[in-house]
Write a protein that binds this ligand. Structure first.
Ligand code: GLN
Length: 542
């Protein structure tokens, strides 16, 4: 049994300061020091999970290997640490109440009245400590901002834990924002002081202040925070804005964050730990610094106004750029409003990402036609693959091809997926009228690759790959295989049972490939996904 230490990451003043990246970076630094780490998140909203939340409002839904549909922060955790997270690493208020109420209905509370304290807080504590003894560190991010009504039970649960546990096993990191007044250049710490005061009124005092700032922190600001927030001077850590999030672990390290964490827990630091951090994260910084030249690509999607809606895709492209040593400029094209074709001129590659619903789909089909006819490298992701199949059937064979997701009439070359076989051999059956939440084909599945195809080359000759999925509709190969052949579509990847097309390609084109999976979910800065790397390489070779 390991001694498990707990690090809570809370946020102050406002949202969007990057708590997820902070938690991921803390996990990554401890991991580089040789410790085993588990990263978890508690989200105070009432939804059961983010599966049905709009990407416009909430950003991307990240899909875990086990099929969990979760918050985009899990993408950061996985990309920074390489640890596969699971459904059990996340809770929302909705999930906790559902569990507690189900138990109440079964009579498990023996007639007592159910209260936030202790019943809900007990459930939260159970979640936090469920990996006790299994990992050296549990880093637990608390969603929202300290003081939010929804977040109170979580803060209270942490307060109880800090009392129940040995003090030396718990650490509170509070991520906050230092405001710089543009005209005078003056740094202001008052909002942080207020936020810490609010935390104290709830019974918690941060041990470390992680200070997001756009200008290097002045000594005076640090001293003020030390005095007014009761935090050690060395524990006021600067978190300077950066142009690339993969520089953050190195920045934190240089600001002394992991050293202070080790000191808090009374664990020694060695020279070789320092070297390990420099080798792993410093080498990424060198890669970023040595980037030369640039290439322009287009992404034709529907949620382009909120970049968080495509955060993993954006990151996968950053990984590719770092790997190839080139800057990749993404031109986000709004399929719903923009005049698409003129904007595609001069692009070295085109991506149509995943999406739901009919809005903007015709413009995406037109963009695909443009890339097919003009031999511009194309990558279709999930919906982007389905639309590539529809495009070829329409424009090459003149068939009124469609998806039953968008239309009531036409040839449904893409149709509702009602039956499939899972990894464990279990048959899944779905109806159109099922609940929307958690009912798609979700998570990691095996895909068999046909030798001698573009897909086989992209995946280095592997005949089996594992990718993550999140879709409800499927290319209907059982009914339309003759049409697909006439349209020149080759299905170079099939589901393990051989029934579902997972990768399509065109062999009359330098790089035209569509995948039903979401390759962006498994790309990392240390392991960029080959579908993006080969796409950009093909674009550069144009
Ligand atoms: N809307 C399509 C489906 O449900 C594609 C989903 C996606 O792109 N993630 O199959």
């Amino acid at each position: 049994m390991k001694t498990t230490r707990y690090i809570f990451v809370t946020g102050g003043i406002m949202s969007s300061l990057g708590k997820g990246i902070a938690a991921a970076s803390i996990g990554a630094l401890l991991q580089s020091r040789g410790w085993s780490v588990k990263i978890k998140k508690m989200d105070p909203y009432i939804n059961f999970d983010p599966g049905t939340m709009s990407p416009y409002r909430h950003g991307e839904v990240f899909v875990m290997s086990d099929g969990g549909e979760t918050d985009l922060d899990f993408g950061h955790y996985e990309r920074f640490t390489g640890i596969e997270c699971t459904k059990n690493d996340t809770i929302t208020t909705g999930k906790i109440y559902t569990d507690v109420l189900n138990r109440e209905r079964k009579g498990e509370y023996l007639g007592s009245d159910i209260q936030v304290v202790p019943h809900i807080t007990d459930e939260i504590k159970k979640f936090i400590t469920s990996d006790e003894g299994k990992a050296d560190f549990v880093v637990c991010e608390v969603g929202g901002t300290v003081g939010d009504i929804e977040g109170l039970p979580y803060i209270e649960a942490i307060r109880q834990l800090t009392q129940e546990m040995t003090k030396s096993l718990v650490l509170l990191v509070h991520l906050t924002y230092i405001i710089t007044i543009r005209i005078s250049g003056e740094q202001k710490t008052k909002p942080t002081q207020n936020s810490v005061q609010q935390m104290r009124s709830l019974g918690l005092s941060p041990d470390i202040l992680l200070c997001r700032t756009e200008s290097p922190m002045e000594d005076e600001s640090k001293k003020k925070l030390q005095t007014f927030c009761g935090v050690k001077y060395e524990n006021v850590i600067e978190a300077l804005d950066t142009d690339n999030i993969y520089k953050i672990p190195t920045q934190y390290h240089e600001s002394g964050l992991d050293k202070q964490i080790c000191e808090h827990f009374g664990i020694g630091t060695t020279k070789s730990d320092e070297e390990a951090i420099k080798t792993k994260w410093g080498s990424l910084c060198s890669k970023i610094a040595s980037t030369r030249g640039s290439v322009d690509i287009a992404i034709v999607g529907k949620y382009t106004k909120l970049k968080d809606a495509y955060i993993s895709l954006n990151q996968a492209i950053i990984h590719t750029g770092m790997h190839l040593g080139t800057q990749i400029n993404i031109n986000w094209i709004d399929a719903d409003n923009d005049d698409v074709i003129p904007q595609l001129r001069g692009m070295k590659a085109i991506i149509v990402p995943g999406g739901f619903g009919a809005r903007g789909y015709l413009n995406k089909v037109n963009a695909i036609k443009y890339s097919r006819e003009n031999k511009v490298p194309y990558l279709g992701i999930c919906l982007g693959m389905q639309l590539a199949v529809i495009e070829s059937c329409r424009n090459i064979c003149g068939v009124d091809a469609n998806s039953s997701e968008f239309s009531e009439t036409g040839e449904f070359v893409v149709d509702f997926l009602d039956t499939w076989v899972n990894k464990d051999g279990k048959v899944e059956i779905r109806k159109v009228s099922d609940n929307k939440g958690g009912t798609m084909r979700l998570g990691a599945h095996v895909c068999n690759i046909k030798p001698g195809t573009l897909a086989s080359r992209v995946f280095g000759g592997s005949d089996k790959i594992v990718e993550r999925y999140r879709h409800r509709y499927e290319v209907n190969i059982a009914k339309y295989s003759d049409l697909f052949e006439k349209a020149g579509i080759v299905f170079s990847g099939m589901s393990e049972d051989g029934t579902l097309p997972k990768i399509m390609e065109r062999q009359d084109h330098p790089y035209f490939i569509g995948t039903q999976s979401h390759p962006e979910l498994i790309s990392s800065p240390f392991n960029p996904h080959p579908l993006f790397v080969e796409l950009i390489k093909a674009g550069i070779a144009l």
